[in-house]
Design a binder for this molecule. Structure first.
Ligand SMILES: [Fe+2]
Ligand SMILES: [Fe+2]
Length: 202
C-alpha cells in the first residue's frame, strides 16, 4: 500500500486488479495527489494479472471430459513452454495459452467452422469474462485459421505451430503402438492410421 492512498479494490472482469494501487482518497497535497492519480491511471489500462496454472487446469477439467483431449492440451502446454524458453519469452504465459487453447472444444465443437461462435470463440468469451489477458485470447483465436485472426505475436505463431505438431505426435503416441520398430510398418498403427486420424482435429 502506498502511504496516504486508500485502495478501491476495483475489478476487471471479475478479477481483482492492482487492488492496492488504485487511489480512492488521498491525504497528500492536491498536486501530489493529481500526480499519483495520473500515474495510477496507467495501471488502469495495464493487462489483468495472469491466471494461475491451477485455475487454467480447473477450467480444462470442468469443460473437458475426454482424456485424449486433456492430454493434447497438456502436450501443447509443454511445447509452448519449451518454445518460450527457446525464444527468451515467459514460459508460464505461453504455457497457459497452450494449456487452455482447446478447453471449450468438447462443449462447443464448431462443426460449421464459425469464426464467431463455438470453439474457440465461445471459450475466448468465457476467458475474457474471467479477465484473461488479451494476448493469450488473441493467440487462442489465431490457432483456428477459420477465425481469421492474424497471428501477430510470437506466442500466437508458436501456438498455431505447436498445436499442429502436437496433434500429430499425440495421434501417433509411441505408447499406443505395437512394441516393434517403427520401420516395420506392416505392424504399425501408423500405417493403418488414415490421414484424417492424425490430422488436426481440435
Ligand atoms: Fe488443439
Ligand atoms: Fe482448437
Amino acid at each position: 500500500m502506498v502511504a496516504g492512498i486508500t485502495g478501491l479494490g476495483s475489478q476487471v472482469a471479475g478479477r481483482p486488479v492492482t487492488r492496492e494501487l488504485r487511489p480512492a482518497t488521498c491525504d497528500l497535497r492536491p498536486v501530489t495527489c493529481d500526480l499519483i492519480k495520473s500515474v495510477f491511471g496507467i495501471f488502469d489500462i495495464m493487462p489483468p494479472t495472469l491466471p494461475t496454472r491451477a485455475e487454467a487446469l480447473d477450467l480444462v477439467h470442468e469443460y473437458t471430459a475426454s482424456e485424449s483431449l486433456r492430454k493434447h492440451m497438456l502436450a501443447v502446454e509443454a511445447g509452448m513452454r519449451a518454445y518460450a524458453e527457446k525464444y527468451g519469452e515467459d514460459p508460464g504465459r505461453w504455457g497457459l495459452a497452450g494449456l487452455i487453447h482447446d478447453f471449450d472444444y468438447e462443449r462447443y465443437p464448431n462443426a460449421e467452422r464459425s469464426p464467431t461462435e463455438e470453439h474457440p470463440s465461445s471459450g475466448v468469451k468465457i476467458l475474457r469474462e474471467k479477465g484473461w489477458p488479451e494476448d493469450i485470447l488473441q493467440a487462442i483465436l489465431g490457432h483456428a485459421a477459420y477465425c481469421n485472426v492474424p497471428r501477430e505475436t510470437k506466442m500466437a505463431q508458436a501456438l498455431f505451430a505447436v498445436d499442429e505438431l502436437t496433434g500429430l505426435i499425440t495421434a501417433t503416441d509411441p505408447a499406443s503402438l505395437p512394441r516393434k520398430p517403427f520401420w516395420q510398418k506392416h505392424d504399425s498403427k501408423l500405417q493403418s492410421s488414415s490421414i484424417s486420424t492424425i490430422s488436426k482435429s481440435a
